[in-house]
Design a protein around this ligand. Structure first.
Ligand code: CDP
Length: 226
C-alpha cells in the first residue's frame, strides 16, 4: 500500500509571505508546492483576456472549468489588475467548486503537498495534517508588494498599492463563501518582524515530526496517547 500524502495548508492574506514560506517549506521537506491563488488568477486572466467582466459568473465559471496547464504560466498572472479580478471571480460559487476539485486532485499524490491560499485549511483540506495561518500588518504587506512591483519595473505609488491590498482583504474576508479566516486549529505566524529564514524557522518549529518528515496527524494522535 502506498503511504497517504501529507497535506500542509498555508493560508493568509495577500503579501503576508505565505507563498514564499510554502515554497521554502516544500523545498525543505521534498514535498510539492501548489499556489492555489494561481488558479484564481488564471481564471481571472482568461476572462480579462477575452474582454469579459470578472463579475460575470457564466464567463468566469466557463474559464475555471476549462483552465489548461499553459494558463498557469501566463506572465500576466502577477499583475495587480489580475489579482483584483481574481478576488472577484473568487466570490462565484461555481468557480470555487471547479477550482477546489482541481486542487484536491493535484494535492493527494504522495509524498504530499504544501498548498497556499485563503481557504485551504478551512474548506479545501479541513483534515490537513498541519495548518498555518500567515499574516503581517497592512503597512508591512503593502511595503513588500510595493518593492516587488518596483523590482519588476512597475511604477505604482505606495498609497495605491496599500489601498489595493486593503480592498482585496475586505473582499476576501467578507465574502459569504470560503472567506479568509484562520481555521480554528491553525497556528498563526505573524511575519511583520520576521525575514524569510525567520518565518521558515517559526513554521518548522510548529510542526510535529516523524523520521524527519512532517508527521501525519493520525500518527501524532497515536504518539500522544499516554
Ligand atoms: O499572491 P497574493 O496573496 O496577492 O494573491 P493570490 O494568493 O495569488 O490570490 C489572488 C486572489 O485569489 C485572492 O485575493 C483571493 O480572492 C483568491 N483566492 C481565493 O479565494 N482562494 C484561494 N485559495 C486562493 C486565492
Amino acid at each position: 500500500m502506498t503511504d497517504p500524502a501529507i497535506i500542509i495548508a498555508v493560508d493568509g492574506p495577500a503579501a503576508s509571505g505565505k507563498g514564499t514560506l510554502a515554497r521554502r517549506m516544500a523545498e525543505h521537506f521534498g514535498l510539492r508546492h501548489i499556489d492555489s491563488g494561481k488558479l484564481y488568477r488564471a481564471t481571472a486572466w482568461r476572462v480579462l483576456r477575452d474582454g469579459g467582466d470578472p463579475n460575470d459568473s457564466r464567463l468566469a465559471t466557463r474559464a475555471a472549468r476549462n483552465l489548461v496547464e499553459n494558463d498557469l504560466e501566463a506572465p500576466e498572472l502577477v499583475d495587480e489588475i489580475v489579482g483584483q479580478a481574481a478576488s472577484r471571480v473568487a466570490t462565484i460559487p461555481a468557480v470555487r467548486a471547479a477550482l477546489v476539485e482541481r486542487q484536491r486532485a493535484l494535492a493527494v499524490q504522495p509524498p504530499g503537498t504544501i498548498m497556499d491560499g485563503r481557504d485551504i485549511g478551512t474548506v479545501v483540506f479541513p483534515q490537513a495534517d498541519h495548518k498555518l495561518f500567515v499574516t503581517a500588518s497592512l503597512d508591512c504587506r503593502a511595503g513588500r508588494r510595493w518593492r516587488e512591483l518596483r523590482d519588476r519595473g512597475e511604477d505604482e505609488d505606495f498609497d495605491s498599492v496599500r489601498r489595493n491590498l486593503a480592498e482585496r482583504d475586505e473582499r476576501d474576508t467578507s465574502r459569504a463563501l470560503a472567506p479568509l479566516v484562520p481555521a480554528s486549529d491553525a497556528v498563526v505566524i505573524d511575519t511583520t518582524d520576521l525575514d524569510v529564514e525567520g518565518a521558515l524557522a517559526a513554521a518548522i518549529a510548529t510542526i510535529g515530526f516523524r523520521d524527519g518528515m512532517p508527521a501525519k496527524t493520525s500518527e501524532l494522535t497515536v504518539r500522544q496517547k499516554p
